[in-house]
Design a protein around this ligand. Sequence first.
Ligand SMILES: Nc1nc2c(c(=O)[nH]1)N[C@H]1C(S)=C(S)[C@@H](COP(=O)(O)O)O[C@H]1N2
Ligand SMILES: [Mo]
Length: 502
Amino acid sequence: MRPQFSAAGLGLLAATAGVAVAELLATATRPQAAPLVAVGGTVIDGTPTPVKEWAVRTFGTYDKPLLLGGIVLVLALLAAGTGMLARRRAGYGLAGAAVLGVVAAVAAVTRPAAGPLDALPALAGATVAALLLRRLLSVGHPQTAPDDAQRRTPRRVLLRDVALVAGGTALAALGVGTLRRTNLRDAARTREAVRLPAPTSPAKPLPAGVAPGFHTRNADFYRVDTALTVPRLDPRQWRLRLHGLMDRPVELTFDELLDRDLVERDITLSCVSNEVGGPYVGTARWLGVPIAPLLRAAGIRSGADQLVARSSDGMTIGTPLETVLDGRDALLAVGMNGEPLPFTHGFPVRMLTPGVFGYAGACKWLVELEVSTFADFDAYWVRRGWARRAPVKTASRIDRPAPFARLDAGRVQVAGVAWAQHRGIAAVEVSVDGGPWRPATLLPVPSTDTWVQWRYEWAAPPGGHTLRVRATDRTGAVQPEERRPPFPDGATGWHTVTVTVS
Ligand SMILES: Nc1nc2c(c(=O)[nH]1)N[C@H]1C(S)=C(S)[C@@H](COP(=O)(O)O)O[C@H]1N2
Ligand SMILES: [Mo]
């Protein structure tokens, strides 16, 4: 019998070849059905909220590569184990490949918007892996490949087979890479070909005195979503279906959407998962179609209180209908800082609801709007325990000086941002070493829907110091001191930065 480690290695090789075949088939037909991504998506959706929170907090935007890496690692261990078992009995190899294939196939067909055919890549990959494992492990056994066994030593036959499988796998992987690059290039060209019309209602010019950094550049804008592969929708095929509790359901093409009156607005978007002082907040100049007139024209039925947005990847985001209809700039956004939405931020169309956290008002890759009720439908994050209604919490952050900075004694400019979208910020105050609250200077803003930049002149004496910030919104509510984590409706507490002055 073959030594254990070599059987484990053959198991790994067969599994790698199977995965490569499956990924190649999927990439050529339906990228979402690729087994690794399908299993990853299923893991994300099934992960309990506290674990997900921990992962986002600990790994930030590396959470997804790490998840895929973890899946590959688990698969590798199972494949090696299957190889070792199959060395004793060929049936174990078949069973191992079948189990892994069925798990991946079930994941693929149960993804949102998946069809039964999406099982094929995983099943084909598992079949290839099972056949290869059987062949590789049987080399040298007289009942198979008798010609080879007579003419050559089993060792040379095995080497030849391993080289063939490895070569084939490398070719398949190369094919996957080439196909992916072509798909990406085509999608990028389609996006670059989009010409956005000028707004009928342009944004007001930024008031004099706004400091650099008011707008977050697209490349720097935070990204939070559950998508393992960024959807790359074709605007020529894109449709928005409006339906539910309305008199006249409609379907709009991208061109029909662009034919409507467009408005341009500066709006700050923030994530409910943002910790005190965290980075998941940004401001952009958005171009989009107001939602309220669209819904009104469709005739909203009485009793409706929730607008459910659906994305191409099956995300559901429920927004209080009153926040869409109360006159604020709730938009179907198509442009971000002067260009079509980046793919990562929802191209071609996303929703935005000023004053509501992203998970409850900012569906990306939007394809469907359903007028509904909170009693009838729980959206994705609500099913995972997050609040149904999610007005943003008043927040403030110290950006300068950086935590643990070493400063020279004397005049130090403390600076940051504060936000309470749609309510607006009335005041920001700074306290040094727990002393009295002193007012910070607020720089001008275009509207209550954006963050406010603030500045505070500090005469810094030598020693270790703690700077603390709090904001008051225009309803008069002061940002509470109590530290609470993001779950279930947004973090509270004052941001604190410790520095050393010498
Ligand atoms: N389709 C889809 N839309 C989504 C999400 C998602 O996971 N999928 N995440 C939401 C969350 S939690 C936030 S905070 C915002 C973030 O938008 P951004 O990535 O453009 O900053 O998108 C929202 N829209
Ligand atoms: Mo979020």
